[in-house]
Write a protein that binds this ligand. Sequence first.
Ligand SMILES: Nc1ncnc2c1ncn2[C@@H]1O[C@H](COP(=O)(O)OP(=O)(O)OP(=O)(O)O)[C@@H](O)[C@H]1O
Ligand SMILES: [Mg+2]
Length: 414
Amino acid sequence: MLEVKGELFKGRREVLRDSYIPSRLPHREHQIHQVAEVLAPALRGDLPSNLLIFGKIGTGKTAVVAQVRRDIERRAEVSEHIQFIYINCGNIDTPYSLLQMAGNTFAAKESDRIPTGWSLDRVQAGMRRLMDTKARTVILVLDEIDRLVVRSGDGVLYTLSQINTELANARLVIVGISNDLKFTNNLDARVRSRLNEEKILFPPYDALQLQDILRERAKEAFRDGVVDPGVIERCAAYAALEHGDARRALALLRLGAEMAERDHAKRITPDHIVKAKNRLEQDVIIDCCRTLPTHCKILLYAILQAYERRRTGVLTGDVYEGYAKLAQKLGLQPLHARSVSNHLSDLEALGLIRATIVSRGRGGRTREIIVDVPIAETLPALEEDPLLAPLGRPRNRGQLLLTNFDNPARTTPY
Ligand SMILES: Nc1ncnc2c1ncn2[C@@H]1O[C@H](COP(=O)(O)OP(=O)(O)OP(=O)(O)O)[C@@H](O)[C@H]1O
Ligand SMILES: [Mg+2]
């Protein structure tokens, strides 16, 4: 069917990327309608209610709001008096930068802009002034609003939610998006009731819905006939198991296609999706290891070393010893047994290791530790920590011990 080797994509890879907003969002028609209805008064020059949108990750919250925005902005007659501002609160550090960013959207010229270095009060006043230069409805979308509250409290939301009492011409509506259903519990009661005027919940997608979403994207992204039967179903099934996350489903399809390309395959097969899933899981594990506290990293390092050497479970006594040696080698005071034991529990809770009780004849019972991470990838990730860097060594021997994630039963021995 395909003459040229490896040509799976039609040429538009970004179609499968997160940032791409498709023209249709299957199974979100109802939510699009709901959001549009809440914002509709703005089209008539009236003030809409504030709106909070809740839903787990990858349930289309950001995409739906972007689509409604696009639909509203397309109507030429409103572009004059409706202004959207989109801020992802995950990307801003302080209330200061939020207000500065919002205010500067209205700055007609460079000299109007709010500079860095003003007091917070002055930035607030500056933002109000810039916004109020014209009669308009400002729709401020605060995506991942829960992260703003965690980081900086609800002070800035208090300011924003009562700003209309201080504006003469403009009006502000807040659309907050959150994947934490409980984040409003941490808000001041007044802020909560002001933000919560309207609330929309986005349910997770089920496997069949994810299939529809993927099929539409695949049609746009791939050439005809390159997606084998079962590929879409597998991506959807994996993602449905993990809270119905469309982002995850798309990532599986995108990575699966990359795996197929790497194999110089002419078609994407369900096996490529299995590989993609394993790769994604592995990436999560390795990222998790990178964020551990230093002593926890040393402990995991000791476990991995011992496990690599013996290829069987490691007894806790040996782990303590190995850890203490490594810590000393790095010039650090080893932690006491109790703290080490707590760190072991943390590693277990994170799913990086598993500990089972084994009975050792008369010696009583002890815990045996089994590793649940790919050793050859995890050791270098731990060595990225400058404190652990001296432990680094040539890794050609370790490569042979790489857990074969495609088929754990065939982990290569040396
Ligand atoms: N119904 C849908 N149809 C097509 N694509 C969708 C649909 N829902 C979500 N997507 C796609 O899935 C990805 C994740 O969606 P989105 O970013 O909107 O999720 P979210 O609910 O905002 O997640 P988070 O809480 O993690 O921010 C995006 O690439 C989006 O385009
Ligand atoms: Mg989002």
